[in-house]
Design a protein around this ligand. Structure first.
Ligand SMILES: [Zn+2]
Length: 379
């Protein structure tokens, strides 16, 4: 089965049903409303699912096979249809439009049944035995396990590590930009080779250099250190309310929408020479470079698209905004601030102007660093 099938279905439903829940709890809700064990309260399986698992499902980092196998024999589509009933007619119309491509039969009188059946099909497909690329029946072959889990978890490992090489002293990004495209720049490594690989806990993604060194010279002390680092990531992922990328994008959009209509500053030349981040950020500030890289890698396309869209809708004028950012940068630079101070002052400027989340403002400023309004090539 296409592993995006569930996440596409769930993400499309979330627009209408997520309400004030976060995306992870909303995902749990979907399973809870179709699985008989949860509905009758006889089985805590869905209730006990880890946030990381649910996160992997909704962001199609892994497919839903495990859960599908557990629940596919006990689905209650009547109950799920009940859950899907909407009050407002216009939401129903929007919902039908959103699903027309995948469920051509959908209409305003049957939508809840059509969608409940669709969810049933997705679960049953995921639970069915896979035809291609079957796993070895007996997990006797460690090399196969490593390949399997590496492929299954590489994206979530990189996400967990925030796209930065986790090795001590290294700040390499786990992605590179090649001709406008983002390309992977990492290798998944087994932390402790004497232990089995049965999931992602004994795996970590590193930049190719560190991966090579680690594999050649992993002594007990290095392994212990890497286990500590890994544990830190697991703790962070488990503890923190996982900030969904979608929420961040929404926050960024609000920032961009709220920027007041700015006058066109005169006499500011935009710097259109494309340059790599590392040509613009001083080697004395590796932290700043690493930080900006993460936001650029994760969100540049979202910020760019949102700005273009707002420009088309007349809600934000793109060109004056770029000029205003540039002018602010030039003023701060003239004061002799360090790059770190300029970066922080720019974030604060945007935050003061919009009263929005600092994190979202930082993502917008990082966008302009990449786009060259903020910082110039260091000579
Ligand atoms: Zn590294």
């Amino acid at each position: 089965m296409d592993k995006t099938e569930f996440s596409e279905f769930a993400q499309a439903l979330s627009v209408f049903y997520q309400r004030d829940k976060d995306l992870i709890e909303f995902t749990r809700d979907l399973f809870a409303h179709i699985y008989k064990g949860s509905i009758e309260g006889t089985d805590a399986y869905v209730h006990d699912m880890e946030p990381r698992t649910l996160k992997g499902y909704i962001y199609h980092e892994h497919d839903i096979t495990t859960t599908a196998k557990k629940i596919s024999g006990a689905l209650d589509i009547g109950s799920f249809a009940e859950y899907l009933k909407l009050d407002a007619d216009d939401s129903v119309m929007g919902l039908c439009d959103a699903f027309r491509a995948t469920c051509p039969d959908i209409d305003e009188s049957t939508y809840e049944i059509v969608l409940a059946e669709r969810f049933q099909t997705i679960i049953e497909n995921a639970a069915a035995p896979k035809r291609k690329k079957a796993l070895p029946a007996k997990k006797a072959d460690k090399a196969n396990d490593i390949d399997y889990y590496t492929e299954k978890y590489d994206v979530s490992l990189v996400a967990e590590e925030q796209s930065i090489c986790p090795n001590d002293g290294c700040t390499n990004s786990l992605f590179m930009r090649v001709g406008g495209q983002i390309a992977p720049n990492y290798e998944v490594v087994v932390i402790d080779y004497s232990k089995p690989v049965t999931g992602e806990d004994n795996l970590i993604a590193m930049c190719p250099d560190c991966a090579k060194k680690y594999k050649l010279a992993a002594d007990p002390a290095k392994i212990r250190r890497m286990q500590e680092i890994k544990k830190l990531f697991i703790d962070i992922a488990d503890r923190q309310e996982i900030v969904s990328q979608q929420k961040v994008v929404e926050d960024v959009r609000r920032v961009l929408t709220k920027i007041p209509a700015l006058p066109y500053p005169k006499g500011v030349d935009l710097n259109y020479e494309p340059a790599q981040l590392k040509q613009k950020i001083s080697p004395d500030s590796p932290d700043l470079l690493a930080q900006v890289k993460v936001w650029v890698n994760l969100y540049y396309p979202d910020v760019h698209e949102t700005l273009q869209e707002l420009n088309r809708e007349g809600k934000q004028r793109f060109e004056p905004f770029c000029h205003q950012v540039r002018l602010n940068y030039l003023n701060l630079n003239e004061k002799g601030y360090s790059q770190r101070q300029i970066y922080e002052a720019m974030i604060k400027w945007l935050q003061d102007a919009t009263n929005e989340d600092a994190h979202a403002c930082e993502i917008v400023i990082a966008y302009f660093v990449q786009k060259c309004e903020v910082f110039d090539v260091i000579s």
